[in-house]
Design a protein around this ligand. Structure first.
Ligand code: BGC
Ligand code: CA
Length: 342
């Protein structure tokens, strides 16, 4: 006691304060030097459209906050573990393309507990889940618009080419090759495609509807079995994406379409490079452009802002943020040769 009180006051203060000052210094320097990184969890690396988005995300990250992209290979359980690993490894923000969009609630809850902001894309969480936390955003495209545009393109073809009514009964016998069951794009694209044709006054007869699970092989096998069942009755095909449309085109060719049986109108959605090639060579009647590049950019910019602790406002992100946490990237109709060269 006596020794201590003999020390000059300033020395005493220093001895007591030094550890505190050091701690604060350490904290501040660690904090400011903390390496920012963004985790990206994707539902399936095999998906063509999602592959475009993830490649565009990689491009955005060049010379910016780095990303680690992981593949859930279609398993929600795998994705949950990947997200947990991102959280435990100190990732600053996470971009998620969920396997099962109804699982988003669990993911949001996990991230909320660790305060790691989230940006979903392409597979839209339900509104109730989005409402669970304010550091959750969604980037996507309005599925109903793509369905409507596909319907308008098909109606235009029907009007321009009277021979499209192969059996001459005044109605369009059509089939739908749907995407994955439960995906918002599957349900809404199909619904709005049909509604648009009806609004335009077409008489419709749906011959078949089946799911091709977004894949080319799925589109091929569904189209093959539809042809086996209904052969020459089919007059038009709407596939919920380009990959399935391309699979359908293969099956139709094997059945004699595009040669002895003539043209069959097939419409897809996405405008992927392979889809656009099929437009250019005149096989695909039309598609609807689903803008992978801008969806990637918007998702990345929001995640980067959140990672840096900034609020992702429209002006800074370069995209309109609506309802506080949604960015909608517009679709665009892409008519093929028959609808252009008129
Ligand atoms: C795309 C599909 C893709 C799916 C994956 C859709 O928006 O059009 O091609 O397979 O998203 O979730
Ligand atoms: Ca007919």
């Amino acid at each position: 006691m006596a020794g201590q009180s003999a020390q000059p006051f300033s020395l005493l203060l220093m001895r007591k304060l030094l550890p505190v000052i050091l701690l604060v210094f350490l904290f501040v320097s660690c904090h400011s030097e903390k390496e920012l990184k963004i985790g990206v969890a994707v539902y399936d690396f095999q998906d063509s459209f999602i592959t475009e988005v993830r490649e565009a995300i990689m491009e955005c990250s060049e010379n910016d906050i780095p990303v680690t992209i992981v593949d859930a290979a279609g398993k929600q359980q795998t994705q949950n573990e990947q997200i947990e690993r991102f959280i435990n490894n100190g990732y600053s923000a996470i971009i998620v393309n969920s396997v099962d969009r109804t699982a988003s609630g669990v993911i949001i809850e996990k991230c909320r507990q660790s305060n790691v902001p989230l940006v979903f894309f392409n597979r839209e969480p339900v509104r109730d889940d989005m409402a669970k936390w304010d550091k959750v955003y969604y980037v996507g495209a309005r599925a109903e618009d793509s369905g409507r545009m596909a319907g308008e393109l098909m109606a235009e073809y029907w009007e321009l080419y009277p021979h499209a009514d192969r059996n001459g009964d005044g109605a369009m016998q059509f089939v739908v090759i749907k995407g994955e069951t439960g995906h918002q794009d599957t349900e809404l694209r199909t619904e709005y495609f049909i509604d648009t044709l009806l609004e335009k006054g077409l008489r419709l007869e749906k011959v078949h509807e089946d799911t091709g699970d977004w894949t080319r092989s799925g589109g091929y096998s569904v189209m093959t079995s539809m042809l086996l069942r209904s052969g020459d009755r089919i007059e038009a095909v709407f596939a919920n994406n380009d990959d399935m449309a391309l699979g359908a085109l293969e099956a139709l060719q094997e059945y004699g379409y595009f040669s002895t049986k003539g043209f069959m109108p097939v419409i897809g959605i996405d405008g992927t490079p392979v889809g656009q090639a099929a437009l250019d060579n005149g096989m695909l009647l039309a598609t609807v452009f689903n803008d992978a590049g801008n969806q990637a950019k918007a998702a990345y910019r929001i995640a980067a802002a959140l990672a840096e602790g900034r609020e992702p406002v429209s002006e800074a992100i370069g995209y309109d943020i609506v309802d506080g946490r949604y960015v909608w990237i517009p679709y665009r109709p892409m008519p093929g040769r028959l609808l252009q060269d008129r």
